[in-house]
Write a protein that binds this ligand. Sequence first.
Ligand code: FUL
Length: 653
Amino acid sequence: MEYYAFIHFSINTYTDMAWGFGNEDPVLFNPTKLDCRQWARICKEAGMKGIIFTAKHHSGFCLWPSKYTDYSVKNAPWKNGKGDVVREMADACKEYGLKFGVYLSPWDRNHPDYGKPEYITYFRNQLKELLTNYGDVFEVWFDGANGGSGYYGGANETRKIDAKTYYDWPNTYQLVRELQPKIVIWNDGGDRADLRWVGTEAGYVGETNWSLLNKTGDVPEQMLRHGLENGDTWVPGEVNTSIRPEWFYHEREDRKVKTLPQLMDTYYNSIGRNGTLLLNFPVMPNGLIHPKDEQAALSFAKAIKEAFAVNLARNTRTSASQIRGGKPEFGSMKAIDADKESYWATDDTTRKASLTLHFNAPTSFNRFLVQEPIWLGQRVRAFSVEALMDDNWKEIAKETTIGYKRILRFPMVKATQVRLTILDAKSNPLISNLEIYKTPIILTPPTITRDKSGDIRITPGDTESELYYTLNEAMPGPHSGKYTTPVKTSDGKVNVKAIAYNPYTKQSSIVSEEKFDVSRKDWKIISTDKQQAYQVLDGNPSTSWHQNKSQGMPADLIIDLGKLEKLVGFRYLPDQNWWADASIITHYQFEVSMDNKIWEMVNEGEFSNIKNNPFWQTKSFKPIQARYIKLRALKNTQEGSASGYAEIDIITP
Ligand code: FUL
């Protein structure tokens, strides 16, 4: 299916939280403009093939009137308790010709029985409702997240379960398959199902990507990213990511909707790497998708359409180093015909072979798309692409796996022939499709940071663009300030807008925008004398600092702001080095002081879902004057031992 949507909408949409705790009052759920047809229309126009809807997220709040709980739309003011969002979603999917899927969180922070065997009966009853009453369901999503703590019917405690055994997945799967024989099951917490998580919510899978894993055994993160070459079970990777930093709607992220270059990267790093793309839309409290998200999804669809409009491989002459039994039905032209089911094949014992496309005239291109007929398995281990330019063969790519679809990006070349060489394969190589494109260049908007001294730094996404910026809210263009060296600013708040501009094509990127709070120039870290700690104030998200503390002890980071400030919140950016399994703070307290002696706690809580989605965490509190701040890490992703920070900042009114 390649591309389909996630929709996150629940009770925590009304409390501005990433995860509901399970005690949120259903009275909050009152979308005044809820329109599932708007969601379906946007997804359809965006070129998506289906929608997976959060029927129940971790809060336990049900978006359908489940017979088995009162914690649902039944007790919400919306439609006087007579509404059913799951029904409206399923109907809208049908109307727009989209497949319909459900997300049912196994972790339920509301249910009193969570953790006991009785809950499994409840969970299965809910599954039965969702998989019998709403027509065909193409995918069910069993999120593995479990933060332990919850309301649990008023117990307000932490409950630990063993995700491998507690849900009795084999019997749960059997029930699912009986009710919906054609469904695919997604599960990252328990037994291997039909699709695998790729180990990140950032929107990419490994360049080497096998659609295989073993039926049993642990799956380390590297394996989620790359699959397992000799795995015994077909478990393709599904790349799930949100169109904004978080999964649920937060007004503060209206400026953070993914840009076209970011979405194009996501496309090439998911669909272009043998994965499917599950792109999320958060729904606003009023029940609609924000116009900025709609616009981003539609311009993404338009850009994909434009990029892949003219297939330059069609109508070329083809030749191959070998053809299975010399038979035309396995000939090289089968890789460029319109029939996706026909394929070029080599003899059984062959492991290395090449296929060449001959253009009529020198042709410019910058994309190469290749597909294996995966109903016969994923075979290719290594391949290269070469171009014949001025009678010389030049290698333009050397890669590993292909699978269902692989798309390569490279700088424009002009050639008379293109040669795909399969260098190694698990069995004789087969290629069902080859396409070649010349796609328009999309300029990447620059990155804006503010370093500790308060200077603004603007970094381009490529080597050819010039950078222009404004500090006065005006739209930047080639007539505004040209960025050459870091820009000095006053110590106050700064709003920066910047663009990349190509002077040759006169093309501009979209505008990047950052709003910085007061400068951190005079800040001193006083809880440690390690100079490396200052990386949390350097404005650079890719540098980080870790402090070790003994097991179970909180880790404090204390900062002297240099002068009294009026504070209304703080921000924490965790270590961004995803694959290093960096330790990230999950539970915190934030304290302030006038004199570094008497401290007052102004805020405490959890950074929900921070492990999978390690973005800026913003917390607000009642205005207070202070000179010293203390971020106390109570719990980390790596239980107890270390705390990792990329950046810390304050929020002033
Ligand atoms: C995660 C959840 O914890 C998030 O809230 C979100 O639903 C995402 C798709 O999966 O694990």
